[in-house]
Write a protein that binds this ligand. Structure first.
Ligand code: HEM
Length: 101
């Protein structure tokens, strides 16, 4: 994410706080305890992305980074595909800006 030309401009230089929140959110998104909600309230994830221009191109870039991250930690291709499939819907749903803006 920190290196991707399409994503770098909309993320802070220090990704640590975002990574921490991502851990809390994905834990509950994939059926674990509601860690994100306990700390930050209702996820309302599309609304939380509204301050940032999420374009179709950035949605694909985000999913591409997630794919690479999963390849590093999850040996099962089948499991990786299940996870990416579950994230693909939300990623495209968060798009709030056309590509040419
Ligand atoms: C579609 C492409 C996406 C882009 C371009 C994107 C971009 C961003 C940006 C810029 C932030 C805020 C960083 C900051 O705090 O300064 C953020 C926060 C976050 N994103 Fe995404 N995101 C995308 C998709 C997703 C998806 C699919 C998920 C999970 C299903 C997700 C989960 C989160 C979470 C949990 C946060 C932290 C929210 C908070 O502040 O509490 N994002 N994202």
């Amino acid at each position: 994410m920190a290196e991707h030309p399409d994503l770098k401009p909309i993320f802070p230089d220090d990704l640590t706080p975002v990574a921490d929140k991502q851990y809390l959110f994905l834990t509950q998104f994939f059926g674990g305890p509601p860690l994100y909600t306990e700390k930050y309230g209702h996820p309302m994830m599309r609304a939380r992305h509204m301050p940032f221009p999420v374009t179709p191109k950035r949605a694909e870039a985000w999913l591409g980074c997630m794919r690479r991250a999963l390849e590093e930690v999850i040996p099962s291709q089948e499991m990786r595909e299940v996870i990416l499939e579950r994230l693909s819907g939300p990623a495209h749903f968060f798009v709030n800006t056309p590509d040419d803006e």
